[in-house]
Design a protein around this ligand. Structure first.
Ligand SMILES: Cc1cc2nc3c(=O)[nH]c(=O)nc-3n(C[C@H](O)[C@H](O)[C@H](O)COP(=O)(O)OP(=O)(O)OC[C@H]3O[C@@H](n4cnc5c(N)ncnc54)[C@H](O)[C@@H]3O)c2cc1C
Length: 383
């Protein structure tokens, strides 16, 4: 008999997990309270970067490489433009380029490239960019960006096409007997039981699994779209390292809708229970300073659009993929820490292989790795 599976959360991780399990012959129910890739979720918004440079982390390089192949494969076979190839320019501002250097051997082994570029030639190639404080630069030609909220919708539709059941509802509690998870309870009071329950609830996970709370912190991520001259559309995706916990990035030709510009810091908190998703003056000021320095022509650029999104960070910036402690048939997918979208297809496949074939989940993603009171880190800190 086929396994009955419930997946809560139709974001990048839950959607792909439901898809792969359904494709492998399970009877899957996917539940989301606000819809796939909704604006409040971690997968909300229009785009996400995919890059293979992962600072020498083999598990992530493997997951990203597999995902890149799957993104390309499904974009083609579903005839949906979900992946847009665009080279990425990695800039290091007065910090050693260790993250890039450690990435190179793992990428080359897989046939991908991250090439160190002389700053002088980049100055000529990209006159829009100020390189005066840049100490090293690299180009990753095979990077690109993914269509985020649309991909979540497409994956959900394809899942339904395979016979999967999608329910828009709020899961208010886990259905438990003898400390084991047997399914979920919806806000309507309906109880749904399953052989396996997979919780991919993003920032809301601790509402259902309070035991996860000590390992997670939520941060406010504001994304700005600035008006830029059309020659900016020719610029590559840009990622700028200032410190292990301070990075900025942009997609200059963002669907020709403006210059997408965001920060990868986890400094500002977000209260999920308050709808406070407007522009924060202090953040906009901070962003304008970086923009002015790197792209002087955009000093007074008009803000065309703004989106406040959310990072669900683990303490060390690495994902948490594990069983709920003590529960044999409940898996949590958590701590996507601002870099999980790209890996959705491979994570979904990993979970399907784990549930059906007992494929091990990398121990680097387990809850057991956390030591008490470990300091917070970002994913870019390499030792
Ligand atoms: C601004 C920003 C930029 C980013 N940039 C990148 C990038 O360039 N590249 C990259 O790879 N990653 C990036 N990320 C990270 C990436 O987007 C996230 O890691 C990923 O989308 C998380 O997906 P998820 O499925 O875990 O969670 P979510 O997308 O948050 O999905 C969780 C879902 O669960 C549902 N849910 C929660 N609780 C319940 C409940 N009780 N009942 C029913 N449904 C429930 C929610 O409605 C939601 O849809 C970025 C994130 C942000 C915010």
């Amino acid at each position: 008999m086929s396994k009955r599976i419930i997946v809560v959360g139709a974001g990048a991780w839950g959607g792909w997990t439901a898809y792969h399990l359904q494709k492998s012959g399970c009877e899957v129910t996917l539940i989301d309270k606000q819809g796939p890739g909704n604006p409040w979720a971690g997968s909300g918004g229009k785009s996400r970067i995919i890059r293979l440079a992962y600072g020498g982390n083999k598990d992530y390089t493997d997951l990203t490489e597999e995902s890149l192949k799957l993104w390309k494969h499904y974009s083609e076979s579903w005839e949906e433009d979900l992946f847009h190839q665009k080279e990425a320019l990695w800039l290091f501002r007065e910090v050693p380029p260790t993250y890039a250097e450690l990435s190179i051997p793992l990428m080359e082994k897989r046939g991908y490239c991250l090439a160190k570029e002389p700053i002088e030639s980049l100055k000529e190639r990209y006159p829009e960019i100020n390189f005066s404080d840049i100490t090293s630069a690299f180009i990753e030609p095979e990077a690109g960006y993914l269509e985020a909220n649309r991909a979540c919708e497409v994956v959900k539709d394809r899942f339904e096409h395979l016979g999967g059941k999608y329910i828009q509802a709020n899961v208010i509690k886990l259905l438990q007997t003898d400390d084991q998870v047997e399914g979920v309870i919806l806000d309507s009071g309906e109880k749904l039981s399953a052989d396996y329950t997979i919780l991919a609830c993003g920032p809301w996970l601790s509402e259902l699994v309070p035991a996860i709370r000590p390992y997670i912190h939520i941060s406010r991520q504001e994304v700005y779209y600035f008006k830029a001259p059309s020659h900016f559309y020719n610029l590559p995706i840009w990622l700028e390292f200032r410190a292990a916990d301070q990075m900025f990035y942009g997609i200059p030709d963002h669907f020709k809708e403006g210059f997408k510009f965001a920060y990868d810091e986890r400094t500002w908190a977000l209260d999920l229970n308050k709808d406070e998703r407007g522009v924060t003056k202090e953040i906009l000021h901070h962003m304008r300073k970086v923009l002015k320095n790197r792209f002087p022509e955009l000093t007074n650029a008009e803000v065309l659009k703004h989106h406040t999104c959310v990072y669900e960070n683990s303490r060390d910036g690495d994902f948490i993929i594990d069983k709920i402690p003590g529960c044999k048939k409940a898996i949590i997918l958590a701590g996507s820490s601002g870099h999980g979208f790209k890996m959705g297809p491979a994570i979904g496949k990993l979970i399907a292989d784990h549930v059906l074939e007992d494929k091990p989940i990398p121990s680097s993603l387990s809850l057991a790795r956390f030591t008490k009171n470990a300091p917070r880190k970002s994913q870019y800190e390499v030792n």
